[in-house]
Design a protein around this ligand. Structure first.
Ligand code: ATP
Length: 870
């Protein structure tokens, strides 16, 4: 096969294109497909192209923290503090390695998640239509696509019916493009090649077979992707917030350093000493571990969600999830089982009922039997329900379908809420229609009676609509059926119909949803049901589910377009629990309005037309089983079991993750601040002891990071779903949290400095001050204070010994590891020298440990007395 044919297939006829690509309408044999897969590679876009491991590694050095540390190392060199310089460099390297490793892990996790949502494609191989992983598609494959599908690879259309394609992902043009199968001039530009399908676009109507001419990076999307990727990756809002935060922190540090420098000069301190102190301060101020722990907490959260059958596609969505304040959920399949059973059929007599059975079989694309007569239900659950009803009534489904060959069809769509088919009979043709009652009624001008067909009067129409309303109010899903007989084939299917009767079906609520709704209520999350179904049915189901005491319903007909809404209308929308008979366009309006009100909106969707609303919502939720590929593509989250309760589980996890992040931020910042306080006090009061930069680096990078990591992966507290949603605009550290951090830091700083004086009072009374020993007591006191400080991070909702922190094994492991590190540096001479450590006797140790207990006691007291609350 000549590869230059790939770019010119549009100029060939369908037959020539097949020949040029060495394929045939029977598809490729699997052996040939395998060969081609080796030759052309997988059909995937290499997404992380611009982020090679090296790029990830070097990007670790671009943070302001690192710049400051480099500066500190440079200054140490300048003052011939060799050990310090080397140690800071080592720390830098370790820090970057850890950062690199975490980020690399996060990328890997993302890639694995993407595999879970791998797109399937329908391909003709070995003469049969098979569903395969779309990555295995090769040039020459014949692919079948239909409404709702993503186009998996570029190719030339062979045959099609009513095909329309949304090419906006490629061209930005949002109107669907009509396609055709004829030849096109070779020079025509992409948008004019109407006989081609392009990867990444999606089918909005109809279906087609096409032959693949380009896969993977050799597609138009592949070209665009390589352009976009070089533009770099955007960080999550959380990462951005943390970045801004660190920048502010650095500014504050610079100010502090200047102040203390000045104080030192006034005291007549030596310049070298002052520079050292400044470096120590700079190092102390910066929470080096923060970005690492944040990324890890988010990635770990994503993995935990996978176990709960929820796939989150972006790290940033995990964060938004936790702030969700309203869920807009579909009714059918999300809140209900989508296991539809016919309960009631109303028609005047048996002959009419027989016709309704016939309509149920013929105006229906589902099937109950798979290959070899095995039971395998395929198709729309409503239609499966109808087939079961027909079967129960004793009808022969396959026989009827054979006897009345289908000659044309208007498929069901959420817009028309109707479906019609036309069939050949002995006498001519018969059309069957079924759909929403009001849509069928307006298309009927006659009705069947026991004594024949008469005209359908307005009063009779009203009576039937009333009947339908009553059935719906009992929670039934109601559709109507109609027919028309013609002598010759008619083009228009849905006019002049003869009304047959009503079919009432039940679709029971999913059991797990009741509990999920209760949880939402206690968590302050509002639920809105959005459905295409009848208002009365929707209201009845909402009442069964206890969505609210008396669910307020608004029907699509009563809803004005978004830009015509007066404030009274908006108010009405806000107070509505159930939106019924809504169009996909109105779904978008609902999202817009709720967001305008400040809501963080999670919205479920499954159809092609739901895409805009899914995109617009803060968390677009697609259904893994029922959803179209398009819905899954544009959404932020995919539910593998389609259940509403999974959304609630995801929100809970989102909240836990955010709380975890908040906790370790508070933990790390209060630890850092305590170091700043210690260094500043020692400098300002010209004390005879001071912390050394390396000591602070050791504390920040070793003893602090481990407990922080453990806080980051905590499984969460009881009662997290009993609080209202957090305000997403609020910073991670708000004013109140700053106060808490400050109080904690002051206690730890004061107790650590106090421990030095205590040692003088209790042990070394009357002796000379010993700068080296006092520095060591301070160093170890601070370490132990900070380690125990992790126990102040419990949420306070459960008793201390049962709290999320105490019951988190990772916390205990991190403490053991940290203490081990402390002992290692104390006993191994090279580290001991680097950190300026000396022999500590038993009473020195006792003082340090005692100090940490005192600090823990004070902080717990403040928490118990509710002077400090979360
Ligand atoms: P939800 O939006 O919660 O999924 P829904 O399934 O009722 O609710 P649609 O699928 O848009 O929403 O259906 C709208 C209406 O169209 C239904 O209430 C029903 O009257 C009618 N309908 C649904 N499925 C079919 C079908 N296969 N054939 C004919 N009419 C149908």
């Amino acid at each position: 096969m000549k590869e230059d044919v790939f770019n010119t297939v549009h100029a060939l006829s369908a037959k020539q294109a097949l020949e040029a690509l060495e394929s045939s309408s029977n598809g490729l044999p699997s052996t040939k497909a395998e060969e081609r897969l080796k030759q052309f590679g997988e059909n995937s876009i290499e997404e992380q192209k611009g982020r090679s491991p090296w790029v990830i590694f070097f990007s670790q050095f671009k943070t302001p923290i690192v710049i400051l540390l480099v500066l500190a190392a440079g200054l140490s060199l300048w003052f011939s503090e060799w050990i310090d310089a080397v140690a800071i460099a080592a720390v830098l390297l370790i820090n970057s390695l850890i950062g690199f490793f975490m980020e690399f892990q996060a990328h890997k996790t993302m890639k694995e998640l993407k595999k879970l949502v791998a797109v399937k494609a329908k391909v003709v191989r070995d003469e049969t239509l098979k569903e395969i992983d779309s990555r295995k598609i090769v040039p020459g494959d014949i692919v079948y696509v239909e409404a709702g599908d993503l186009v998996p690879a570029d190719g030339r259309i062979l045959e099609m019916s009513q095909l329309q394609v949304d090419e906006s992902p490629l061209t930005g043009e949002s109107f669907p493009v009509e396609k055709q199968t004829g030849k096109i001039d070779e020079d025509n530009i992409l948008a004019e090649r109407t006989n081609m399908l392009y990867r990444g676009t999606f089918i909005s109507k109809g279906n087609a077979y096409y032959v693949v001419s380009g896969t993977g990076m050799h597609t138009e999307l592949g070209d665009v992707a390589s352009l976009v990727e070089s533009a770099g990756q955007s960080s999550t809002p959380l990462e951005k917030k943390l970045e801004q935060f660190t920048r502010k922190l650095i500014l504050v540090t610079v100010g502090l350093v200047a102040l203390i420098f000045l104080a030192g000069i006034l005291y007549g301190q030596q310049l070298v000493e002052m520079v050292k102190t400044s470096i120590a301060l700079a190092v102390a101020a910066i929470p080096e571990g923060l970005p690492i722990v944040a990324t890890l907490a988010l990635a770990k959260g994503m993995m935990r969600l996978v176990k709960h059958k929820v796939i989150v596609k972006k790290l940033s969505s995990v964060e938004t999830l936790g702030g969700t304040s309203i869920i807009c959920a579909d009714k059918t399949g999300t809140l209900t089982k989508n296991n539809i059973e016919v309960k009631e059929v109303t028609g005047p007599d048996e002959t009419v009922k027989k016709r309704i059975v016939e309509a149920s079989i013929l105006c229906n694309t589902a099937s109950l039997n798979g290959e070899n007569g095995k039971k395998s239900e395929l198709g729309d659950p409503l239609e499966i329900g109808l087939l079961k009803y027909a079967e129960h009534a004793g009808a022969d489904i396959n026989g009827t379908r054979k006897a009345f060959q289908k000659v044309s069809e208007e498929p069901f769509s959420s817009e028309t809420k109707l479906m019609s088919t036309q069939h050949k009979t002995e006498k001519g043709f018969i059309t069957y229609s079924k759909g929403a009652v009001e849509e069928i009624v307006v298309r009927c001008n006659r009705i069947v009676h026991h004594n024949g067909i008469t005209s359908f009067s307005e009063s009779a129409k009203r009576a039937w609509l009333n009947e339908a309303e009553q059935m719906a109010a009992a929670g039934l899903r109601v559709i109507a059926a109609a027919f028309r007989e013609d002598l010759s084939q008619q083009e228009k299917l849905t006019i002049d119909l003869v009304f047959l009767g009503l079919i009432g079906m039940i679709d029971p609520p999913r059991e797990e949803v009741f509990d999920a709704i209760k949880q939402c209520r206690s968590a302050g999350i509002a639920i809105v049901m959005i459905t295409g179904d009848h208002p009365a049915t929707a209201q009845a189901i909402a009442a069964q589910l206890k969505l609210s005491e008396k669910p307020a319903v608004l029907s699509g007909k009563q809803m004005k377009p978004y830009n015509e809404l007066a404030s009274a209308d908006k108010k009405k929308w806000f107070n509505t629990n159930v939106f019924a008979r809504v169009s996909p366009k109105q779904k978008l309006d609902i999202v817009k309005l709720l967001q305008e009100k400040g809501h963080v909106v999670a919205m479920t969707g499954d159809g092609i037309n739901d895409a805009p609303a899914l995109k617009k919502s803060d968390i677009g939720v697609a259904m893994g089983l029922r959803g179209t590929q398009v819905a899954q593509e544009v959404s932020d989250m995919v539910l593998r079991d389609d259940s509403f309760s999974s959304i609630v589980v995801a929100i809970k996890q989102g909240r836990i993750i955010f709380e975890n992040i908040r906790k370790f931020v508070v933990f790390l910042l209060s630890c850092n601040l305590s170091e700043i306080i210690v260094v500043s006090i020692a400098a300002i009061f010209n004390l005879h002891f001071q912390m050394f930069p390396l000591q602070i680096l050791f504390i920040n990078l070793i003893t602090d990071v481990l407990p922080a990591l453990a806080l980051g992966v905590s499984a969460g507290e009881a009662g997290i779903m009993e609080k209202p949603p957090r305000n997403v605009d609020e910073p991670i550290v708000n004013k109140r949290t700053w106060k808490i951090i400050f109080v904690f830091a002051v206690i730890m700083g004061a107790v650590s400095i106090g421990s030095v004086f205590a040692s003088h009072y209790f042990i070394y009374q009357g002796e000379e001050w010993n700068a080296e020993r006092d520095n060591n007591i301070l160093f170890f006191s601070l370490i132990f204070c900070q380690l125990l400080h992790v126990f102040n991070m419990h949420s306070g909702n459960s008793p201390f010994f049962k709290s999320d922190v105490v019951s988190n094994v990772y916390i205990w492991l991190s403490l053991v590891a940290s203490v081990t590190f402390v002992l290692l540096v104390y006993f191994i001479p090279i580290f001991r020298n680097a950190l300026s450590l000396h022999e500590m006797n038993a009473s020195d140790w006792l003082i340090a440990i005692g100090a940490s207990l005192v600090s823990l006691f004070f902080m717990q007291l403040l928490r118990m007395l509710k002077i400090v609350t979360w």
